[in-house]
Design a protein around this ligand. Structure first.
Ligand SMILES: Cc1cc2nc3c(=O)[nH]c(=O)nc-3n(C[C@H](O)[C@H](O)[C@H](O)COP(=O)(O)O)c2cc1C
Length: 336
């Protein structure tokens, strides 16, 4: 079930991948993720226009170090003329994979026809994919939702189209754009897409928070899975999934693992970000790690009230994690 996956000439060590997460899958996040060796990880999406214009803030999203390989970058845009140049920049920066975002539901992105709006303009989407595939040697992937709304489901059509364009893998989030993050990711439709695929890997995505949900999607024939919100505050989730699905004893995360990983994540943020940005990042990241722990409310409050990095950091280091226990809740209430 857990196995290497070949995309063109690239052999990925595992078919459990970590998702692009705007505002979250930044350099410090990926430093932590790399320790647990997901088959592939992604930077947050970046706009084709901004790349081609060489905006430095966009290039910062794309910072990576050798520990993060295999690593993919994700392009967001709707202009078939810009796409090849943007993809070439990604290849030249040393990325292993380039992905096209066709799932982002946010108005700011869809208003110019990008993200999930591309699911309504399939001719244009095809043109963009063909242009990207022609422009680079590295494998090209595409990430979609099942459709704009439930009346316009395009998951099987998209499999055909991506195959025809020469794309190596299609990641399918089983929600429509209209759904946002409400309800559940529709695994039956992901399975339908799997059954439709001839010459492309289908990667299942949506609501994978533990080994059981990972297994369910792999049982349905997906070549691999992409974990998104389940990685937030749990960079070890790849290891958890691999251990359980390969029949090894599951080593459950302990409160001390949470403390050590959170502390390490704080250090990465402090090293990478300017102090003001680091404080905001730390607050957000600490909430992910503390979310599933009974008895962590006091620390969450202290973290949220801290006015300096030093104050926040010292609260985390001083707090006794050994008395905490995990809640049973796996579903996250994080919304984009
Ligand atoms: C905070 C946040 C940021 C996201 N950013 C991106 C992004 O940059 N590109 C993308 O394709 N999807 C993005 N997504 C969607 C996820 O990659 C994923 O498809 C979705 O969350 C469903 O998977 P999950 O249920 O495992 O979270 C984002 C989701 C969240 C919650």
């Amino acid at each position: 079930m857990i196995r290497p996956l070949k995309l063109k000439n690239l052999l990925l060590p595992s078919n459990v991948w970590y998702a692009p997460l705007a505002g979250c899958s930044d350099y410090p996040f990926r430093r932590l993720s790399a320790k647990y060796k997901p088959g592939l990880m992604f930077t947050e999406m970046c706009k084709m226009e901004a790349l081609v214009r060489k905006e430095s803030s966009t290039f910062r999203f794309l910072d990576f170090d050798p520990s993060m390989h295999p690593i993919g970058a994700q392009l967001c845009g709707s202009d078939p003329k810009l796409a090849p140049a943007a993809a070439k920049i990604i290849e030249d920066l040393g990325f292993d994979v380039v992905d096209l975002n066709c799932g982002c539901p946010v108005d700011k992105v869809t208003k110019d026809g990008s993200g999930s709006a591309l699911l309504k303009t399939l001719d244009r989407l095809f043109e963009i994919l063909v242009a990207i595939v022609k422009s680079v040697e590295i494998p090209v992937t595409v990430k979609i939702r099942i459709g704009w709304d439930e009346k316009q489901l395009i998951h099987t059509k998209m499999v055909e189209l991506a195959e025809a364009a020469g794309v190596c893998a299609i990641t399918i989030h089983g929600r429509t754009r209209e759904q946002g993050y409400r309800g559940f990711s529709n695994r039956d439709l992901i399975q339908e897409a799997v059954q439709h695929a001839k010459n492309i890997h289908v990667i299942g995505n949506g609501d994978i928070f533990d080994p059981a949900s990972a297994k369910d999607l792999l049982d349905r024939g997906c070549s691999g899975i992409l974990v998104a919100r389940g990685t937030m505050g749990r960079p070890w989730i790849h290891q958890e999934i691999v251990d359980v699905l390969s029949g090894q004893t599951q080593v459950l995360p302990t409160p001390d693992l949470v403390k050590n990983t959170l502390t390490e994540h704080c250090n990465e943020i402090i090293r990478y970000e300017a102090p003001r940005k680091a404080l905001l990042s730390l607050r957000r990241v600490a909430c992910w790690y503390l979310r599933d722990l009974n008895g962590a409310k006091q620390l969450r409050d202290l973290v949220n009230r801290s006015q300096t990095l030093e104050e926040m950091y010292s609260h985390i280091r001083a707090f006794d994690f050994s008395a905490l226990s995990f809640t049973q809740q796996n579903e996250l209430a994080i919304q984009q």
